[in-house]
Design a protein around this ligand. Structure first.
Ligand SMILES: CC(C)(COP(=O)(O)OP(=O)(O)OC[C@H]1O[C@@H](n2cnc3c(N)ncnc32)[C@H](O)[C@@H]1OP(=O)(O)O)[C@@H](O)C(=O)NCCC(=O)NCCS
Length: 141
């Protein structure tokens, strides 16, 4: 764990290369990435994790949440998602393969969801996840 405090801050353009590399390494959604969507967890100016809010015409989703492997399971993902929730609209979806992580943060499973999120479900299937392993969840403030 880093010695210095972890800060959750808005991403800037110079963070995007690392975000893209780590997101790719973790098999996360790398489509249409832009710095203004992201929050990053930093310590000593090193990126430890990130996540974004993607806004669509009829909904918003938390996406591309990743923590660098050496510092996973130390609370950084939780800090990031809480900050994304605070920044985001009253209703936020997530399409994920780690429902327990999001459930602990207050997301609930939904069976019905906006059509645009079906694309995300299909994206997960490209990585050989089955329907039973992919969960669409919703957080309501
Ligand atoms: C999933 C991820 C973002 C979680 O971030 P993290 O910093 O490692 O998680 P935290 O330390 O904040 O964990 C919070 C809680 O969620 C649980 N949790 C974390 N990762 C989990 C996982 N993959 N599956 C199930 N539970 C998980 C933790 O055990 C912890 O539970 P506790 O509070 O009872 O101890 C991170 O592990 C990661 O980047 N994983 C690889 C990429 C990924 O799967 N991203 C999600 C895309 S949908």
């Amino acid at each position: 764990m880093p010695n210095n405090p972890i800060q959750i801050v808005l991403a800037n353009e110079s963070d995007m290369l690392v975000i893209q590399q780590v997101a790719k390494q973790l098999d996360l959604d790398c489509k249409a990435l832009s710095a203004d969507q992201f929050l990053v967890a930093k310590s000593d100016n090193r990126i430890l994790g990130f996540g974004r809010i993607r806004r669509y015409a009829d909904c918003s989703e938390i996406a591309t949440v990743g923590v660098v492997p050496e510092v996973q399971q130390k609370g950084i993902g939780t800090l990031l998602v809480k900050a994304l929730i605070a920044k985001g609209p009253a209703e936020l979806f997530v399409t994920c393969v780690v429902p327990d992580f999001f459930n602990k943060l207050g997301f609930k499973l939904v069976k019905q969801y906006p059509a645009v999120l079906q694309k995300k479900v299909d994206f997960c299937k490209e990585y050989d996840f089955t329907d039973e392993q992919i969960f669409v969840m919703k957080f309501t403030k």
